[in-house]
Design a protein around this ligand. Structure first.
Ligand code: ADQ
Length: 555
């Protein structure tokens, strides 16, 4: 591709042309895609991600992965992309991740929580993206972005409120690469931590003529967390009093705690669902589930009423970071053309974890947050029966203390075939993904799920509860298809129960042992599956187009 040049077209839209094609006329994006041309987007946008985590700077789960890799994919397609997240410093080695971000000579004063807060901005331009870090003392403390050994931080509403205010200022005030992003941008507000952004645009900026040409999209990665606080918190959020209704939230009678509890609260994510120009979830399946009473966490009626602007786009993955042929964390590289390295990865993993080195023994893995969403309780209750089989099982995760204790306990009971690694360790997660034969994901709900995508790319067969993004991405194995080695990329089961999980895992184990050729077919189909961000990035562009076609939300 030739050198890029930034121009403005007659309607004021930002346009990127390449030296190779300046003056050749504007072919439609769709035609470019059909011709398979690389990154030849013509109409581009200023895109501002607002997120509580972005890998590699901060990551506690899938949100960090997505906000670390989708911006890069959009930037590669010609958009100007900024990611705004906190500059978390805990005094440990992870502070080094922010070492290349330099302070921008531009402070902002933010009026909220009864006072004025000064925030600084740090900036690193990397992989085509402006990574902007909001600096404030409340982001400098030991623990994860959200809490420490004593639980969630008590001032999270304040910390993320600050992030949203700062993120709204960033495009207006930061001269990144010499130029501000300006008012015509599209904000992607990810999960409840960033959900005040659409509300601020509607309530604080647009009434004064600012951000009239901007659009906001709330991206829901997990509806279970909504940022709900007592109603009295509202006056601290830095919003005009007349906008209370947008965030108003009343708990149903059964959820109230005492006779005098009126159930009145504020719900930040609800505010975003009311005020955003578009709503996105991370798979199509999940975008439907959240409109049902079972999946809507109390917001299904509101979401149903906003169906016209609600879409789902299945996450992609960072195919460079998760590539078995070049992964620096694993013992031996392998690919769909030469699978021989995978067994070396398995042996190395068994060695690392002190399991008997038995390459022929089916090795099952689980990676994830240890909480109710992930169905950890179902796995742990299935372990005693599974341990009757000749299998090995590895779990990596942190989360609820009861599950961590349970994992440690099982390890002491099943010394020969169970390992529970309590901790958050990205290199180990790569080695488990590469070394296992099977990945178990009995999630109760799963907006998209990334581990099953990583597993398939590494020839590790997912066994999943058929829900949300898991149902959308894993195709159930069919040994009787016309194809000689069957069809499908894993096993899906429903409804979620201990028995169904065990049955599906036993089917997988049986196939692994008895039908080597079918197993290889499963591995290869998974490894060949397209999972890069390319397709999703094009779908995001479509959503941007729709957002700009409609007038902005003005209340
Ligand atoms: N102990 C540990 N050590 C190392 N790495 C660990 C780990 N525990 C988890 N991880 C990593 O964290 C990520 C988890 O991603 P998921 O998408 O599976 O779930 P999560 O619920 O966090 O994300 C939410 O957002 C994402 C992104 O949209 C949705 O896919 C998902 O359904 C939704 O619940 C993976 O990269 C995984 O390897």
């Amino acid at each position: 591709m030739g050198k890029k040049q930034r121009l403005e077209n007659s309607t004021g839209e930002d346009v990127v042309e390449t030296q190779d094609n300046i003056g050749t006329g504007g072919e439609e994006l769709s035609e470019d895609i059909e011709r398979g041309e690389e990154a030849s987007t013509k109409v581009t946008h200023n895109v501002v991600f607002v997120t509580s985590e972005a890998a590699p700077y901060s990551k506690t789960g899938g949100l960090g992965d997505v906000c670390g890799s989708l911006p890069v994919a959009l930037a590669a397609r010609g958009h100007r992309v900024m990611v705004v997240s906190p500059r978390y410093l805990d005094g440990g080695p992870s502070d080094k991740k922010f070492a290349n971000a330099v302070e921008v000579d531009q402070q902002s004063k933010i009026y909220c929580f009864g006072g004025v807060q000064e925030v600084k901005f740090f900036h690193e331009y990397r992989t085509g993206v402006d990574w902007v870090f909001v600096d404030h003392p409340s982001y400098q403390r030991p623990g994860t972005p959200y809490g420490d050994i004593f639980g969630a931080f008590g001032d999270n509403q304040f910390r993320f409120n600050l992030l949203c205010h700062a993120a709204c200022e960033a495009p207006l005030v930061l001269p990144l690469g010499g130029f501000t992003y300006g008012e015509k941008c599209v904000f992607l507000a990810n999960d409840w931590h960033a959900a005040l952004v659409p509300v601020l645009l509607a309530a604080k900026y647009r009434p004064y003529g600012v951000y009239k040409d901007a659009r906001s999209i709330v991206v829901i990665h997990n509806l279970a967390h909504q940022g709900v606080e007592p109603a009295a918190t509202y006056k601290y959020l830095g919003l005009p009093p007349e906008w209370y209704k947008a965030l108003e939230w009343v708990f149903p009678t059964w959820a109230r705690t005492h006779a005098l509890d009126t159930g009145e609260a504020v719900n930040v994510l609800k505010g975003a669902i009311v005020t955003a120009d578009r709503i996105l979830t991370v798979s199509q399946g999940y975008s439907w589930e959240i409109t049902t009473p079972e999946g809507g966490y109390g917001l299904h009626e509101l979401l149903s009423s906003r169906k016209a602007i609600l879409n789902g786009i299945t996450n992609g993955i960072d195919v460079n970071e998760w590539n078995p042929s070049s992964d620096e964390h694993i013992a031996s590289p392998y690919s769909v053309h030469d699978l021989s390295g995978k067994v070396q990865c398995k042996i190395a993993l068994q060695k690392e974890l002190g399991l008997p080195i038995r390459p022929e023994c089916p090795l099952i893995g689980f990676i994830g947050r240890l909480d109710y969403q992930k169905g950890v309780d179902i796995i742990l209750s299935a372990i005693p029966e599974l341990m009757q089989e000749d299998v090995q099982f590895i779990m990596l995760g942190t989360g609820e203390k009861q599950y961590e204790d349970w994992m440690r306990n099982l390890e002491s009971v099943y010394k020969e075939n169970f390992r529970g690694w309590v901790g958050f360790n990205v290199p180990v997660s790569h080695r488990i993904t590469a070394g296992c034969d099977i990945l178990a994901m009995p999630s109760r709900f799963e907006p998209c799920g990334l581990n099953q995508l990583y597993a398939m790319r590494y020839g590790t067969i997912p066994v999943v509860h058929s829900t949300g993004g898991l149902r959308d991405t894993v195709k159930n194995f069919n040994p009787y298809s016309k194809e000689p080695r069957g069809e499908g990329t894993g096993w899906t089961f429903t409804p979620l129960s201990r028995e169904n999980l065990i049955t599906a895992l036993k089917l997988a184990i049986g196939t692994y042992i008895e039908y080597k050729s079918s197993w290889e077919g499963l591995m290869k189909r998974g490894m060949d599956r397209e999972s890069s961000w390319d397709k999703a990035a094009i779908q995001y562009e479509q959503i941007f187009e729709w957002a700009f076609t409609d007038p902005p939300y003005v209340g």
